[in-house]
Design a protein. Sequence first.
Length: 196
Amino acid sequence: MAAAEHHGAFGQDAFGRWAEKTARFFGTPQYIVGQTIVVALWVVVNSVAVIRHWDPYPFILLNLGFSLQAAYAAPLILLAQTRQADRDKVVSDATESHREREEQLGRERVAAIKTETPRFMTPPAPVPNNGRRGELGFEAKVNTDGLIVDVRTLKNTTGSEPLALANAEALKSARFYPLIQNRTHIAFTYQHHVYY
């Protein structure tokens, strides 16, 4: 996702971008180590009697520098945090919008599957197996009204042709609820299995 251009109180917000860079730099180890070295040198140079002291103990000029730095650092950090919070809100809103769209699509897919799944209005009548074991598989062609117009045997592991024919006739007497796609009744093919 592309970052949104941030417009603030400073026009195109070049100042805001600079403030963020500065605030980030204040938190880096390089800045902390650099500041420690500068302060240590300042104290050493102003403590040793070899040269003229421009800020003798209690280092009031150094103290003034720290106060000035703090006076500017705090607002810069707050500005950077505000800009980051704005960016986080944009990302959060986009994520929430995406999640809502995905949920809606999921509900629509479930509804489509429910309307596109063949369901028996009248199931086929059970056929006694007379002690036979196995599986029968059929393919039924169903018209737009849910009536079975043709049945073909795909699988018969029972070894009984009369049992397969009786199940095929029972399947022909079944009726489906009409299958609807895009608000139109459609014909379809249904695979039916019977296990003994």
